[in-house]
Design a protein around this ligand. Structure first.
Ligand SMILES: Cc1ncc(C[n+]2csc(CCOP(=O)(O)OP(=O)(O)O)c2C)c(N)n1
Ligand SMILES: [Mg+2]
Length: 330
């Protein structure tokens, strides 16, 4: 597959580009608020952000159809928002409100949106990959031409589950895009202590599948690529390995000062901020004016503020209901 020419920005309509930018801005503003709340001790659990990695979830989810399937990781805020989760539900989740997706049982990333094809992650790295491969195969047997996105970190590619899932999907031509978010670190472990191959995408050859490298901070190019790839996988189902170059711009979680990351690396990627660069590209291509995008940002700020205050006003779960919701149907 050939990567789309970057000039094809005009082949996608304005509403779609604004949707991608909006998704990234909502995620950034929400996560910035969550960071502050964490440091104020108001969050039940940790805060692990995808700040700097927003383009990946936004560009891919918004290239998909209703029946497609997704397994986000801890930095997948734009996967959730891209698949329609409200910022209000996200605040409810982090603030442990009974109204939230896990009814206040979990305080951070273990939530999903099954109606929109988003599996709730479990923490064991790599464990969601075989789930996506199996779910895509099941959907296809039921007559749905579904495509799956399995997002995974660079560190998690060292797990057995990664190998099993990619090999299985490769052998059975399950249309799953294994999307590696290579953000250079797995907690404090740099890429150089994680794998010996030059690039993780090189592993595709060993599985007999196609491997594609992409700039994970370029929402425009990544969206064009994702649209083409998703359409191609519907026509000709198969597994693909897609390695996206990006950078974790904060610590592993907010408890981590990431002093082990060279400042020069952070500075380099700050210049390639996905939101800023998408914004500039849309203006340069005359898809939107600066004024329109300023207005969009204000609307996102209002939405995030209102959602936060609404979630705060809602109650936590009642302790006597602790065992409710353990089994399906509760
Ligand atoms: C099997 C397993 N081993 C270790 C951990 C602890 N752990 C959680 S996140 C993480 C780092 C993950 O790094 P990476 O896959 O690169 O994703 P990133 O955090 O960079 O997005 C580790 C070691 C875990 N959750 N599961
Ligand atoms: Mg990583």
């Amino acid at each position: 597959m050939k990567q789309q020419d970057k000039n094809d920005i005009q082949s996608v309509d304005k509403a779609a580009w604004l949707g991608i930018l909006r998704c990234m801005m909502l995620a950034r503003l929400t996560e910035e608020r969550l960071v502050r709340l964490y440091h104020q001790g108001r969050i039940f659990g940790g805060v692990y952000t995808g700040i700097g990695q927003e383009a990946i979830g936004a560009a891919t989810t918004l290239a998909c159809a209703d029946h497609d399937l997704f397994a986000p990781c801890i930095r997948g805020m734009t996967v959730h928002i891209g698949r329609g989760m409200s910022v209000l539900d996200i605040f409810r989740q982090y603030l442990g409100r009974v109204t939230g997706p896990t009814r206040g049982r979990d305080g951070n990333v273990h939530y999903g949106n099954p109606k929109r094809g988003v599996f709730a992650m479990i923490s064991h790295l790599g464990a969601m990959l075989p789930v996506v491969a199996g779910a895509v195969m099941a959907a296809r047997r039921l007559g749905r031409n579904a495509v799956g996105f399995a997002y995974i970190g660079d560190g998690a590619t060292s797990t057995g589950d990664f190998h099993e899932a990619v090999n299985f999907a490769a052998v059975f031509d399950a249309p799953v895009i294994f999307l590696i978010e290579n953000n250079k670190y797995a907690y404090s472990t740099p890429n150089s202590e994680q794998y010996r191959c030059a690039h993780l995408v090189d592993r595709a050859k060993g599985y007999g599948i196609e491997g594609i490298s992409a700039d994970g901070n370029d929402a425009v190019a990544l969206h064009l690529l994702a649209r083409e790839l998703v359409a191609d996988l519907r026509r000709k189902p198969r597994a693909v390995l897609l390695e996206c170059d990006t950078m974790r711009m904060r610590g592993h979680g907010e408890h981590d000062d990431f002093s082990y990351v060279p400042r020069s690396l952070i500075d380099e990627y700050a210049k390639r901020d996905p939101i800023k660069s998408c914004w500039e590209r849309l203006v340069a291509a005359k898809i939107a004016t600066r004024e329109e995008l300023d207005k969009l940002e204000h609307e996102c700020r209002d939405e995030v503020n209102e959602a936060y205050h609404q979630a705060l006003s809602e109650p936590p779960p009642v302790p006597s209901t602790l065992l409710e919701g353990v089994y399906a149907g509760d």
